[in-house]
Write a protein that binds this ligand. Sequence first.
Ligand SMILES: [Zn+2]
Length: 207
Amino acid sequence: MNRDDASLPGAIPEGAELPDLRFMRAALEEAARAHAAGEVPVGAVVVLNGEIVGRGWNRPIGSHDPSAHAEIGALRDAAARLGNYRLPGCELYVTLEPCAMCAGAIQHARIARVVWGAADPKTGACGSVVDLFAEPRLNHHARSVGGVMAAECAGTLQAFFAERRALARARREQGGGPAAPASAASRPGGPGHRAEPDDPARTIDPA
Ligand SMILES: [Zn+2]
């Protein structure tokens, strides 16, 4: 693919490879699972030798676990499957730029390469806020490639937040009418809280 097309949806940015699109699509499938559960839609997969060995999706609310980001889920799944707490030679694909917690876990796991989709200007630790993979004082350096299918990955998040805003609007217009169906999304501290502009949790809510 022509590098000049890097701004187009689905384009391959510098440092990315053609198989990256296939695995980012798999990560987007995981993000859809988060969306269906009312969680901010972020998904991740771990790949070894061209095969998916771990999957994870963002689920901190439903699991009552602040560390339950998609990357952590995918790392745990891969480590359990491979029977090793270290994952040398593995690649991790995630639809949103990893935060500092996940970047740390990725380094502890000895992941060789991280491929992420949309940038996260609020908590991104791969260049947006800090770049932990470029920090020379940290002893493990995964290669980090960002912006793969960025438009699709960001669109997934934007669609989620747009739905949430429409739902909130509908509730207001009903004057506090019937309660929404029970889900993680409707609980106190649910993604509505995570979508607040000053919320430190990961979100690229465009509103
Ligand atoms: Zn994270």
